[in-house]
Ligand binder design. Sequence first.
Ligand SMILES: [Zn+2]
Ligand SMILES: [Zn+2]
Length: 443
Amino acid sequence: MTKSELKQRVYEAIDRRAEQIVSIGEQIRKNPELGFKEVKTARLVEETFGKLGLSTRSGLAMTGVRADAVGRAGDGPTFALLGELDALVVAGHPVADAQTGAAHACGHNAQVAALTGAAMGLVDAKAFDHLAGRVVFFAVPAEEYGDIEWRVSQARAGKLEFLGGKPELLRLGHFDDVDLSMMIHMTSRPEDGKAGVPGSNNGCIVKTIRYMGKAAHAGGAPHMGINALYAAQIGLAAINAVRETFRDEDTIRVHPIITHGGSQVNVIPGDVRIETYVRGRTVEAILEAERKVDRAFRAGALALGAKVEIETLPGYMPMRGDATMAGHFHETMKALVGDENYRRIGHRTGSTDMGDLSQVMPILHPYMGGARGTGHAADFEVVDPQLAYVGPAKALAAMAIDMLADGARGAREVVSKAKPPMTRESYLTFQRSLARRELFEGG
Ligand SMILES: [Zn+2]
Ligand SMILES: [Zn+2]
């Protein structure tokens, strides 16, 4: 059987499952869960894989679910197809969880629909009779780097080391036997077309900042206090002042939020907390920018005579997609959405932990449409379920065929050409080297 005949069979199998695939995407959309807490979503994935006869392992980095399917046409590389399980907190989102505020405003529900749909298509069409090597279907936790206080508490309790899903899975060795991987992210941006592949993504590091002043009666004795909120404001203003030193080509993004601004209005704030990322195109640019950001935060403490504690956490590495894999994806997209709807996307200034995987193996992180509104905002919504849920299921399955048919020629070519910049050990060493805590006393 030729590759294109096999793809056709798998597409037909996926079309027969289309209703079920859409319903999985919708069920997850209506039950959003935050990272490392995706319990219901993980259970749905596990049940769906189980019904396909795939043996699964669950609870990986807390909530990850992995199923392996071995090709019966010989040995070859292991290709992981990924789907992210998590949602994020977006104020005012109409389909947010009432308790947690979590909402699928990044479209990760579609990733899981596509992942399970690809598994259905490949299994139903008996594609593994014609594939070499192995496909890993991997539902991964916690791509959105938020809910940081809770995650830090889990880390202190020894339940996590890294606060993002893929870094934690890398640490635990769940990618040790994987040679190459991909996922497909939904996009609502009209300029991305119906499908496209970005050249690169920013990386980031993450900081939590705590200003410690002195509480006092805000009316009766403000002179007895040290106002941690004003110290924080000066720190934030100082960051804004150093922005003009960031070079355009480094695409630095610093976007702090105050997560605790005071205890009650008639008390001078003695404890104020901030979280921020420092994002950039290269590790060097991120490290240079974060040095300035730390200096700015110290300035706030110095001005008020407060203390500031700056905790720096490893974030996500800059991402580079594999050009050979992108070429295969483009060919598939010509058939699935038409070449006129395919875009070469340039550098993106968001960050993703696919960047971490891209440091140690060839990866692909394309986008497909089907949504409108603004990513991470209350108006983000799925408008074309066929394109959002079923399209990427076909695309993932087609990539599995491109990589692993004909004795896994495609995957062998990718692996032999790729030169990932880090080993898994050097990646872990580097990430660990970023973690530090500094206490600066301004008075
Ligand atoms: Zn997101
Ligand atoms: Zn996302």
